[in-house]
Design a protein around this ligand. Sequence first.
Ligand code: C2O
Ligand code: CU
Length: 542
Amino acid sequence: QTPSHYSFDVRETQYRRLCSTKSILTVNGKFPGPTIRVHKGDTIFVDVYNKGNYNITLHWHGVKQIRNPWTDGPAYITQCPIQPGKKFRQKLVFSTEEGTIWWHAHSDWARATVHGAIYVYPTNNTPYPFPKPHAEIPIIFGEWWMSDVNRLFTEFMETGGSPNVSDALTINGQPGDLFPCSMSETFKLNVEQGKTYHLRVVNAAMNLILFFTVSQHNLTVVGADGMYTKQLTRDFLCISPGQTMDVLLHANQKPSHYYLAARAYSTGVGVAFDNTTTTARVEYSGNYTPPSSSSLPSLPNFNDTQAAFDFITSLRGLHERYPRPVPINITTQIVTTISINTLPCPNGKTCLGPNGTIFSASMNNISFQTPNVDILKAYYYHINGVYKKGFPRFPPFLFNFTGDFLPLTLNVPKERTKVNVLNYGATVEIVFQGTNVVSGIDHPMHLHGFSFHVVGYGIGNFNRSKDPMKYNLVDPPFLNTVIVPVNGWTAIRFVATNPGVWFMHCHLERHQAWGMETVFIVKNGKNANETLPPPPPDMPQC
Ligand code: C2O
Ligand code: CU
C-alpha cells in the first residue's frame, strides 16, 4: 500500500553548501524534496500549503492528468499561483505511467530547489519488464547557486541578459568530492557485489543537459519519462532537464570505491564550460582497502554533439507492454522553429543581451507572453482578451534555418499569447526545427498532458517530402520531454484525447523565461467521458 494523501509545506529553510549558508525554498524542509510513491492507475491528493514569501505553483511532471488539467500546475497556464498563506489541494491522476517521473515548482525559478521524484510502481500483480532489482536509489541532478535564485531570476529578466551559470551541479543535493568544503557529505551508494540496483534518475537541473556515467560499470536504461523502454546498455547517458530515466546498475566489479559523475553537455554561447562536474561514490561492502582517491570516469566532451545525438536517438519504446499504435493518418501537422532571439532595448535602458539587446526566444517567431489570468480559466469561463487562437502551423517563411546567415526578421520575434486549438481525437505531428538564430543549442521540448511517440530526428533542415519516409513508426520511444539536436530537428506524434489546456515549452529554464513555449487547448469530445470536468472548489485566485 502506498499513501493516497500527502501534505507539502512550501517554506524557506537554511541550507549550507560550498561553505556558505543561505535560505532556500523547500517542501517539508527537504532538498531535494520528498518522494511520492504510487502504483500505476492510482489517484492521490497533495495538499500544498504556501508558507513561503512568494507566489508558487507545483507541477507533476510526466503525470498525464487525464481530464484533470486543473491541478497540473504551470503558473498562469492552468492556475493562478498559490499566494503566501494559502493552500491548494492538488489531485494527481496516474493512468499509464510506470517507472520514474518527478514533481517541481512551475513558477518563476522556484524549481531550482523545489523538486522531488515520483516512483510509479506497476499495478499489483504486474511484474517489471526486468528482474526485480535489489534496491532502488534516487539520482537527482540539480544546480546550486550561491546567490538567491529568486533575485537572480528577477535580475536577468530585468536586464535582458543571460543568467549566471550555477556555482555547482549536484547529485541528491550534494556537489561532491571536487568541491572541497562539501566532500564529507558526498552522496554514497552502498552496494553489494553481485546485486543489481535500480537508479531512479531525474535531471532537475535548470539549464544543463548532462552526460552521466559510473566508472568501470555499464548503465542499462530500462525506462524513460515514466514508461519502460527496450533495454539500452551504454557506458554513459545523456539526459536533459525534465527527463527521467530508470537505469539498472549491476555491481559486478571488484569491491572498491567508484565514482559516479555527471557534467554539462552544451554547445551554446555563454554556457560552454566544462569545469562543472558533480560526483557521488559507489562503495562496495566487504573487506578491502578503499582507494585513497578514486579516479574520475571519462565522459564525452562538453561539446560532443555526436555522442549526445547517438545516445538520444538510440532509445526505443517497449511496445509489447504498451500496445498503442503510432498515429499514421495525421490530421494536424505543425512545423515550428525554436529559436533564441533578441529584442531591441527600450529607450533609456541599458540591456545586457547581445550588443545591448534583450534576450528573447520563440516558436515560429512568436515569443509567448504569459497572461495575468490563467488560460484554462479563460477558456473554461469564456473570458475574452486573455489569449488568442491561431498559433502558426508553419514557420513564417522557409529558409536555411541551420545555416550561418539568417535574415534579420527572424531575429526579432513578435510577443503574443497565441494558442493552438485541437479537436478532440486529432492526430498531431509536431516537427521542432532548431535554428542557428543568435545561438544554436539543443533544446529539450516538453509537453504537458501527454506522452508522445518520437518518430524521427535529423541534422539540418527538416525536409517535408523526404524525412517522413525515414520515420520510426514501429518502436519509437514514448517521452514527455525530447531533445531537439543543435541545428537539427525532432518529430513527435500524439493523439489529442486529453481535453483541457496543456503547456508546451523548452525545459531549459532560461529559454522558458524568454518565451520558448506555446499552449494547446484540446476541445471536448462528444461523449461524457471525453469532456473537461468543472474546477475543484479551492482553485487559487489571482
Ligand atoms: Cu517539468 Cu512544464 O514542466
Ligand atoms: Cu531551449
